[in-house]
Design a protein around this ligand. Structure first.
Ligand SMILES: [Zn+2]
Length: 201
C-alpha cells in the first residue's frame, strides 16, 4: 500500500484533529480511525455538529462569550442581575462558572490578561469595552475572577485603578483557588465556594 500523501483525505483528517489542543498526533490518528470505521455513529453526526457550530456560533458582541445568538443567552436573559459583572480571562471560565451556577450576573471576557513582556496591552484586550459596559449598565459590583499570576494581578490592578472613585464594589474570589483558564478543571462545588467567599480587593 502506498504512503498517504498530503492531499489524502485520511491524512487531512488526522492533521486537522492533531491541531486540537490536548489531542496530539497519536490520539488524532486513533480518533480518525474510529470516525472512519463508524461513519453512521461518529463521523456523520460530527460533520453536522461541526457545520452547525461553524455556521452559527460567534463571540457575543457584549460580553465575548461564544453562542449561536448575539447577544448571547446570558446577556439576553432578563432574569440575570445586570449590575453585577464577573470579569474573566477566557470563555472557558464563563462556561465553568455557569456549570457551577456560581454567578447570577453578567460576564465580561477579556480574551487574555495584560502582559508587557508579550506585548498584551489594554487595547488588545476587551478592557476599553469593559469600562464602557460598566458605565452603560450602571454596574455596582465587579468580580475579578482572573488568574492568580503576575499578569492576572497586573490586570486586576489596572481594572481597579480605572474604576477608582466610582461607587463600585470590586471583589475577587476566595484566595487559594487557582482561577482563570484553570477554572475549567475545578469541580463545581469548589468554583461556587470560591465565588461565594469573594472579598473586596
Ligand atoms: Zn454575552
Amino acid at each position: 500500500m502506498a504512503e498517504p500523501g498530503r492531499d489524502d483525505p485520511v491524512e487531512r483528517l488526522v492533521e486537522a484533529l492533531a491541531r486540537i489542543p490536548g489531542l496530539g498526533r497519536r490520539s488524532a490518528r486513533r480518533a480518525a480511525l474510529r470516525l472512519l470505521t463508524e461513519p453512521e455513529r461518529l463521523l456523520h453526526p460530527l460533520r453536522s455538529a461541526l457545520k452547525a457550530a461553524a455556521d452559527s456560533v460567534r463571540p457575543c458582541s457584549e460580553c465575548g462569550n461564544l453562542d449561536a445568538t448575539d447577544p448571547c443567552g446570558i446577556c439576553a436573559d432578563a432574569s440575570r442581575e445586570r449590575k453585577s459583572l464577573c470579569v474573566v480571562e477566557t470563555v472557558a471560565d464563563v462556561w465553568a462558572l455557569e456549570r457551577a451556577r456560581a454567578h447570577r450576573g453578567l460576564y465580561h471576557v477579556l480574551g487574555g490578561v495584560l502582559s508587557p513582556i508579550a506585548g498584551v496591552t489594554p487595547e488588545s484586550l476587551a478592557l476599553p469595552a469593559l469600562l464602557r459596559r460598566v458605565e452603560a449598565l450602571g454596574v455596582v459590583e465587579v468580580i475579578l475572577a482572573l488568574p492568580a499570576t503576575v499578569d492576572g494581578a497586573a490586570t486586576a490592578h489596572y481594572v481597579t485603578d480605572r474604576l477608582a472613585g466610582r461607587s463600585i464594589v470590586i471583589t475577587r474570589p476566595a484566595q487559594g483557588v487557582p482561577i482563570g483558564g484553570a477554572l475549567d478543571v475545578l469541580d463545581e462545588g469548589t468554583i461556587a465556594a470560591a465565588l461565594k467567599g469573594r472579598r473586596p480587593l
